[in-house]
Design a protein around this ligand. Structure first.
Ligand SMILES: [Mn+2]
Length: 210
């Protein structure tokens, strides 16, 4: 494979009334899979910290199983501040085909059959003002993708969340940097793509393989 097709979504906030919901997610992901997606990315805030219930947790697990079993696509994701605030992370099972960082630092994730290297970090507190993303490794060569739930330069100053800057992200040399936390779609840089996917949006992006 020379390129890899990503299908990315963010900030599902299950439990929140006006959030798009699991049915929406299934529909857009079915379409993305039909268009040839190789891997699904979710950039955090699966569950709403104020509204999510046990039922939403079950729906979230079912959605991830749908992606990995029915669509037969691997999933890479990180936890966002709302996931932490929901209290459900300790109850979320390990699922085959689902790849996420295990701790609170920057971790490198590799997915069998997908020629990319993911650089990802979980949010571990709400708020989470740690300067952790300074540790994102700089790389040379294609096929590196950042998967983050973050603010950039204080766009979301009310709730500090793994703060970083556009120039730092661009200096890492990644082929794309996909973010959650800001709910409107915002593109900070077109090529390589750096930005927030937004709530209720699906981003389909082709990136060069390693
Ligand atoms: Mn969010």
């Amino acid at each position: 494979m020379d390129t890899v097709r990503l299908a990315a979504f963010a900030d599902l906030h299950l439990g929140r009334k006006k959030a798009p919901g699991v049915r929406w997610a299934r529909e857009v992901l079915i379409d993305a899979a039909a268009r040839g997606a190789d891997v699904v990315i979710f950039t955090g805030d699966l569950l709403d910290k104020k509204k999510a219930t046990e039922k939403d947790l079950r729906d979230a697990v079912e959605l991830f199983r749908f992606i990995t079993r029915e669509l037969a696509l691997p999933l890479v994701h990180v936890w966002g501040n709302h996931d932490v605030g929901s209290g459900f992370i300790p109850h979320f099972p390990a699922l085959e085909g689902v790849h996420r960082p295990e701790g609170g630092g920057v971790e490198k994730l590799e997915v069998p059959g997908i020629p990319l290297i993911f650089h990802a970090a979980n949010v571990i507190a709400d708020p989470d003002p740690r300067p952790t993303l300074r540790e994102l490794p700089a790389v040379s060569g294609a096929g590196h993708v950042g998967v983050l739930h973050t603010e950039v330069e204080g766009v979301y100053t009310k709730n500090p969340c793994l703060p970083t800057t556009t120039s730092h992200l661009l200096s890492r040399g990644y082929s794309a940097c996909l973010m959650g936390h800001v709910h409107s779609p915002v593109v900070l840089n077109e090529d390589p793509w750096v930005g927030w996917i937004g709530m209720g949006e699906i981003l389909e992006l082709e990136v060069p393989a390693t």
